[in-house]
Design a protein around this ligand. Sequence first.
Ligand code: C2E
Ligand code: MG
Ligand code: MG
Ligand code: MG
Length: 289
Amino acid sequence: EAKARGGDRRHWFDAAMDEQAQRTARLSADLLTALDRDELFLLYQPIVELPSGRATGVEVLLRWQHPTLGLVSPDVFIPLAERNGRIVEIGRWVLENACRQAAAWHRRFGPHAPSKISINVSARQLAEPGFVGEVEDIVSRTGVDRASLLLEVTETAVLEAGAPLEAVRELRERGLRVALDDFGTGQSSLSLLLTVPVDVLKVDKSFVSGDAADHAGAVIVEHLIGFTNGLRIEAVAEGVETEDQAHRLHAAGYSLAQGYLFGHPAPAADIEAGLLPVPLAQAVADRTA
Ligand code: C2E
Ligand code: MG
Ligand code: MG
Ligand code: MG
Protein backbone atom coordinates (compact mmCIF):
# COMPACT_ATOMS: atom_id res chain seq x y z
CA GLU A 1 0.00 0.00 0.00
CA ALA A 2 2.88 2.30 0.92
CA LYS A 3 4.34 1.58 -2.46
CA ALA A 4 1.08 2.43 -4.11
CA ARG A 5 0.93 5.72 -2.22
CA GLY A 6 4.51 6.47 -3.22
CA GLY A 7 3.49 5.80 -6.76
CA ASP A 8 0.56 8.16 -6.37
CA ARG A 9 2.79 10.82 -4.98
CA ARG A 10 5.21 10.46 -7.83
CA HIS A 11 2.32 10.62 -10.20
CA TRP A 12 1.05 13.77 -8.53
CA PHE A 13 4.53 15.30 -8.64
CA ASP A 14 4.99 14.49 -12.31
CA ALA A 15 1.59 15.93 -13.07
CA ALA A 16 2.45 19.15 -11.24
CA MET A 17 5.73 19.36 -13.13
CA ASP A 18 3.88 18.79 -16.38
CA GLU A 19 1.45 21.52 -15.54
CA GLN A 20 4.23 23.96 -14.75
CA ALA A 21 6.11 23.07 -17.92
CA GLN A 22 2.94 23.36 -19.96
CA ARG A 23 2.12 26.75 -18.49
CA THR A 24 5.62 27.96 -19.28
CA ALA A 25 5.46 26.62 -22.81
CA ARG A 26 2.07 28.21 -23.32
CA LEU A 27 3.22 31.60 -21.98
CA SER A 28 6.30 31.45 -24.15
CA ALA A 29 4.19 30.70 -27.24
CA ASP A 30 1.61 33.37 -26.42
CA LEU A 31 4.38 35.90 -25.93
CA LEU A 32 5.12 35.66 -29.64
CA THR A 33 1.82 37.35 -30.44
CA ALA A 34 1.47 39.58 -27.36
CA LEU A 35 2.72 42.68 -29.17
CA ASP A 36 0.54 42.18 -32.24
CA ARG A 37 -2.47 41.64 -30.02
CA ASP A 38 -1.78 44.80 -28.09
CA GLU A 39 -1.49 42.97 -24.75
CA LEU A 40 1.60 44.82 -23.49
CA PHE A 41 1.46 48.14 -21.71
CA LEU A 42 3.66 50.39 -19.65
CA LEU A 43 3.45 51.60 -16.07
CA TYR A 44 5.57 54.32 -14.51
CA GLN A 45 6.96 54.46 -10.98
CA PRO A 46 8.29 57.72 -9.51
CA ILE A 47 11.91 58.12 -8.49
CA VAL A 48 12.08 60.80 -5.83
CA GLU A 49 14.50 63.13 -4.12
CA LEU A 50 15.17 62.70 -0.43
CA PRO A 51 14.10 64.15 1.88
CA SER A 52 11.47 66.12 -0.07
CA GLY A 53 9.84 63.13 -1.79
CA ARG A 54 9.57 65.23 -4.93
CA ALA A 55 9.54 63.08 -8.09
CA THR A 56 12.45 63.79 -10.40
CA GLY A 57 12.00 60.87 -12.70
CA VAL A 58 10.11 57.67 -13.43
CA GLU A 59 11.05 54.08 -14.14
CA VAL A 60 9.17 52.44 -17.00
CA LEU A 61 7.83 49.00 -16.04
CA LEU A 62 6.37 46.61 -18.58
CA ARG A 63 3.14 44.68 -18.03
CA TRP A 64 1.46 41.85 -19.94
CA GLN A 65 -2.29 41.46 -19.80
CA HIS A 66 -2.75 37.87 -20.93
CA PRO A 67 -6.21 37.27 -22.46
CA THR A 68 -7.08 34.32 -20.21
CA LEU A 69 -4.39 34.15 -17.50
CA GLY A 70 -4.66 37.79 -16.48
CA LEU A 71 -1.76 40.01 -15.53
CA VAL A 72 1.58 38.21 -15.87
CA SER A 73 4.59 39.51 -13.92
CA PRO A 74 7.66 40.69 -15.87
CA ASP A 75 9.71 38.54 -13.51
CA VAL A 76 7.96 35.61 -15.23
CA PHE A 77 7.70 36.71 -18.84
CA ILE A 78 10.91 38.71 -19.38
CA PRO A 79 13.08 35.58 -18.86
CA LEU A 80 10.79 33.70 -21.29
CA ALA A 81 11.12 36.51 -23.84
CA GLU A 82 14.87 36.39 -23.41
CA ARG A 83 14.85 32.67 -24.08
CA ASN A 84 12.56 32.71 -27.10
CA GLY A 85 14.26 35.78 -28.53
CA ARG A 86 11.16 37.96 -28.57
CA ILE A 87 12.80 40.31 -26.03
CA VAL A 88 14.55 42.15 -28.86
CA GLU A 89 11.30 43.19 -30.48
CA ILE A 90 9.52 43.76 -27.16
CA GLY A 91 12.42 45.80 -25.82
CA ARG A 92 12.38 47.96 -28.94
CA TRP A 93 8.66 48.56 -28.42
CA VAL A 94 9.27 49.55 -24.78
CA LEU A 95 12.03 51.97 -25.76
CA GLU A 96 9.99 53.54 -28.52
CA ASN A 97 6.85 53.99 -26.42
CA ALA A 98 8.68 55.17 -23.32
CA CYS A 99 10.58 57.77 -25.36
CA ARG A 100 7.39 58.89 -27.07
CA GLN A 101 5.71 59.29 -23.67
CA ALA A 102 8.67 61.21 -22.28
CA ALA A 103 8.69 63.58 -25.26
CA ALA A 104 4.93 64.10 -24.96
CA TRP A 105 5.26 64.90 -21.24
CA HIS A 106 8.00 67.36 -22.02
CA ARG A 107 5.88 69.13 -24.65
CA ARG A 108 2.82 69.20 -22.43
CA PHE A 109 4.25 69.90 -18.98
CA GLY A 110 7.57 71.62 -19.76
CA PRO A 111 9.60 72.06 -16.58
CA HIS A 112 7.06 70.03 -14.57
CA ALA A 113 7.60 66.90 -16.70
CA PRO A 114 9.66 64.04 -15.17
CA SER A 115 13.19 65.02 -16.07
CA LYS A 116 14.56 61.47 -16.04
CA ILE A 117 13.12 58.38 -17.71
CA SER A 118 14.58 55.02 -16.67
CA ILE A 119 14.11 52.16 -19.09
CA ASN A 120 15.06 48.54 -18.40
CA VAL A 121 17.16 46.97 -21.11
CA SER A 122 17.89 43.26 -21.40
CA ALA A 123 21.36 41.94 -22.11
CA ARG A 124 19.95 40.28 -25.20
CA GLN A 125 19.09 43.72 -26.57
CA LEU A 126 22.49 45.16 -25.69
CA ALA A 127 24.18 42.24 -27.42
CA GLU A 128 22.34 42.94 -30.69
CA PRO A 129 24.87 44.47 -33.09
CA GLY A 130 22.46 47.22 -34.16
CA PHE A 131 21.26 48.20 -30.69
CA VAL A 132 23.04 51.54 -30.30
CA GLY A 133 21.94 52.61 -33.76
CA GLU A 134 18.37 51.66 -32.92
CA VAL A 135 18.44 53.76 -29.78
CA GLU A 136 19.77 56.70 -31.83
CA ASP A 137 16.98 56.15 -34.30
CA ILE A 138 14.30 56.14 -31.61
CA VAL A 139 15.77 59.22 -29.94
CA SER A 140 15.67 61.24 -33.14
CA ARG A 141 12.28 59.92 -34.24
CA THR A 142 10.56 60.67 -30.91
CA GLY A 143 12.42 63.91 -30.20
CA VAL A 144 13.16 62.87 -26.62
CA ASP A 145 16.06 64.63 -24.91
CA ARG A 146 18.79 62.00 -24.75
CA ALA A 147 20.12 63.51 -21.53
CA SER A 148 16.84 62.56 -19.85
CA LEU A 149 17.24 58.86 -20.66
CA LEU A 150 18.67 56.31 -18.27
CA LEU A 151 19.08 52.75 -19.54
CA GLU A 152 19.00 50.19 -16.73
CA VAL A 153 20.93 46.96 -17.11
CA THR A 154 21.34 44.28 -14.45
CA GLU A 155 24.76 43.15 -13.42
CA THR A 156 24.00 39.51 -14.16
CA ALA A 157 22.91 40.60 -17.62
CA VAL A 158 26.17 42.36 -18.29
CA LEU A 159 28.21 39.48 -16.90
CA GLU A 160 26.36 36.68 -18.65
CA ALA A 161 26.27 38.15 -22.11
CA GLY A 162 29.84 39.49 -22.21
CA ALA A 163 29.54 41.57 -25.35
CA PRO A 164 27.22 44.27 -23.89
CA LEU A 165 30.16 46.01 -22.24
CA GLU A 166 31.06 47.58 -25.55
CA ALA A 167 27.48 48.71 -26.05
CA VAL A 168 27.43 50.29 -22.59
CA ARG A 169 30.58 52.24 -23.40
CA GLU A 170 29.22 53.38 -26.76
CA LEU A 171 25.91 54.51 -25.31
CA ARG A 172 27.71 56.64 -22.75
CA GLU A 173 30.00 58.13 -25.40
CA ARG A 174 26.85 59.24 -27.19
CA GLY A 175 25.52 61.04 -24.16
CA LEU A 176 23.11 58.37 -22.95
CA ARG A 177 23.21 57.45 -19.29
CA VAL A 178 23.42 53.89 -18.00
CA ALA A 179 22.42 52.44 -14.63
CA LEU A 180 23.47 49.20 -13.00
CA ASP A 181 20.17 47.73 -11.73
CA ASP A 182 19.57 45.39 -8.77
CA PHE A 183 23.06 46.15 -7.53
CA GLY A 184 24.33 43.66 -4.98
CA THR A 185 22.35 40.63 -6.11
CA GLY A 186 25.00 39.32 -8.49
CA GLN A 187 28.21 37.43 -7.92
CA SER A 188 30.78 40.15 -8.36
CA SER A 189 29.05 43.44 -7.85
CA LEU A 190 31.97 45.48 -6.60
CA SER A 191 34.51 44.33 -9.15
CA LEU A 192 31.94 44.96 -11.86
CA LEU A 193 31.91 48.64 -10.95
CA LEU A 194 35.58 48.82 -11.89
CA THR A 195 35.03 47.38 -15.36
CA VAL A 196 31.58 48.64 -16.33
CA PRO A 197 31.41 52.39 -16.53
CA VAL A 198 27.97 53.48 -15.30
CA ASP A 199 26.33 56.71 -14.25
CA VAL A 200 23.87 55.37 -11.72
CA LEU A 201 23.79 52.48 -9.31
CA LYS A 202 20.44 51.13 -8.17
CA VAL A 203 20.85 49.43 -4.81
CA ASP A 204 18.65 46.35 -4.79
CA LYS A 205 15.54 46.32 -2.66
CA SER A 206 16.69 43.21 -0.80
CA PHE A 207 19.18 45.45 1.05
CA VAL A 208 16.66 48.21 1.64
CA SER A 209 13.44 46.43 2.58
CA GLY A 210 14.15 42.71 2.29
CA ASP A 211 14.95 40.24 5.06
CA ALA A 212 18.60 41.22 4.91
CA ALA A 213 17.73 44.88 5.36
CA ASP A 214 17.80 44.73 9.16
CA HIS A 215 21.31 43.43 9.59
CA ALA A 216 24.03 43.17 6.98
CA GLY A 217 21.84 44.92 4.45
CA ALA A 218 21.79 48.12 6.46
CA VAL A 219 25.57 48.11 6.81
CA ILE A 220 26.06 47.53 3.09
CA VAL A 221 23.59 50.25 2.14
CA GLU A 222 25.32 52.75 4.44
CA HIS A 223 28.77 52.01 3.07
CA LEU A 224 27.84 51.82 -0.60
CA ILE A 225 26.98 55.50 -0.64
CA GLY A 226 30.57 56.53 0.19
CA PHE A 227 31.74 54.23 -2.53
CA THR A 228 29.45 55.74 -5.16
CA ASN A 229 30.28 59.28 -4.07
CA GLY A 230 33.95 58.51 -4.53
CA LEU A 231 33.34 57.12 -8.00
CA ARG A 232 30.99 60.00 -8.89
CA ILE A 233 28.14 57.58 -9.48
CA GLU A 234 24.58 58.51 -8.51
CA ALA A 235 22.93 56.07 -6.11
CA VAL A 236 19.23 55.20 -6.07
CA ALA A 237 17.82 53.12 -3.23
CA GLU A 238 15.15 50.69 -4.52
CA GLY A 239 12.22 49.21 -2.64
CA VAL A 240 11.70 51.92 -0.01
CA GLU A 241 8.48 50.99 1.75
CA THR A 242 8.52 52.78 5.10
CA GLU A 243 9.21 56.28 6.46
CA ASP A 244 11.83 54.76 8.71
CA GLN A 245 13.74 53.29 5.76
CA ALA A 246 13.57 56.65 3.96
CA HIS A 247 14.90 58.51 7.00
CA ARG A 248 17.77 56.11 7.45
CA LEU A 249 18.70 56.26 3.77
CA HIS A 250 18.68 60.04 3.86
CA ALA A 251 20.78 60.03 7.01
CA ALA A 252 23.26 57.70 5.29
CA GLY A 253 23.59 60.21 2.45
CA TYR A 254 21.15 58.95 -0.19
CA SER A 255 19.38 61.65 -2.17
CA LEU A 256 17.41 59.44 -4.58
CA ALA A 257 14.91 56.71 -3.79
CA GLN A 258 12.15 54.60 -5.29
CA GLY A 259 9.52 52.43 -3.67
CA TYR A 260 5.93 51.87 -2.66
CA LEU A 261 6.27 54.57 0.04
CA PHE A 262 6.45 57.19 -2.71
CA GLY A 263 4.30 55.52 -5.31
CA HIS A 264 3.46 52.22 -6.95
CA PRO A 265 3.97 51.66 -10.67
CA ALA A 266 1.01 53.49 -12.24
CA PRO A 267 -0.48 54.41 -15.63
CA ALA A 268 0.77 57.58 -17.34
CA ALA A 269 -2.42 59.47 -16.43
CA ASP A 270 -1.79 58.93 -12.70
CA ILE A 271 1.76 60.25 -13.07
CA GLU A 272 0.43 63.30 -14.89
CA ALA A 273 -2.01 64.05 -12.09
CA GLY A 274 0.94 64.41 -9.73
CA LEU A 275 3.07 66.59 -11.99
CA LEU A 276 1.42 69.95 -11.68
CA PRO A 277 0.59 72.17 -8.74
CA VAL A 278 -3.03 71.39 -7.87
CA PRO A 279 -4.81 74.42 -9.45
CA LEU A 280 -2.91 73.89 -12.70
CA ALA A 281 -3.63 70.14 -12.64
CA GLN A 282 -7.31 70.94 -12.23
CA ALA A 283 -7.17 73.28 -15.21
CA VAL A 284 -5.60 70.60 -17.37
CA ALA A 285 -8.17 68.04 -16.19
CA ASP A 286 -11.00 70.47 -16.97
CA ARG A 287 -9.63 71.10 -20.42
CA THR A 288 -9.30 67.41 -21.25
CA ALA A 289 -12.58 66.38 -19.61
P1 C2E B 1 13.47 46.29 -11.63
O1 C2E B 1 13.97 46.95 -12.87
O2 C2E B 1 14.43 46.15 -10.50
O3 C2E B 1 12.18 47.12 -11.21
C1 C2E B 1 11.81 47.35 -9.87
C2 C2E B 1 10.79 46.32 -9.41
O4 C2E B 1 10.55 46.50 -8.03
C3 C2E B 1 9.44 46.49 -10.11
O5 C2E B 1 8.84 45.21 -10.22
C4 C2E B 1 8.67 47.32 -9.09
O6 C2E B 1 7.27 47.21 -9.21
C5 C2E B 1 9.18 46.73 -7.81
N1 C2E B 1 9.07 47.66 -6.68
C6 C2E B 1 9.08 49.01 -6.70
N2 C2E B 1 8.99 49.53 -5.46
C7 C2E B 1 8.91 48.47 -4.62
C8 C2E B 1 8.79 48.35 -3.18
O7 C2E B 1 8.74 49.32 -2.43
N3 C2E B 1 8.75 47.08 -2.68
C9 C2E B 1 8.81 45.97 -3.49
N4 C2E B 1 8.76 44.78 -2.91
N5 C2E B 1 8.92 46.05 -4.83
C10 C2E B 1 8.97 47.29 -5.40
P2 C2E B 1 8.13 44.74 -11.57
O8 C2E B 1 7.44 45.90 -12.20
O9 C2E B 1 7.34 43.52 -11.26
O10 C2E B 1 9.34 44.35 -12.51
C11 C2E B 1 10.19 43.29 -12.19
C12 C2E B 1 11.41 43.27 -13.03
O11 C2E B 1 11.08 42.97 -14.39
C13 C2E B 1 12.15 44.60 -13.12
O12 C2E B 1 12.92 44.81 -11.96
C14 C2E B 1 12.96 44.41 -14.37
O13 C2E B 1 14.12 43.67 -14.12
C15 C2E B 1 12.02 43.57 -15.23
N6 C2E B 1 11.35 44.47 -16.19
C16 C2E B 1 10.25 45.24 -16.04
N7 C2E B 1 9.96 45.92 -17.16
C17 C2E B 1 10.93 45.60 -18.06
C18 C2E B 1 11.22 45.99 -19.42
O14 C2E B 1 10.54 46.83 -20.04
N8 C2E B 1 12.31 45.41 -20.02
C19 C2E B 1 13.10 44.51 -19.35
N9 C2E B 1 14.17 43.98 -20.03
N10 C2E B 1 12.87 44.14 -18.08
C20 C2E B 1 11.81 44.68 -17.44
MG1 MG C 1 14.99 48.59 -13.27
MG1 MG D 1 16.00 47.00 -9.73
MG1 MG E 1 14.64 43.75 -10.27
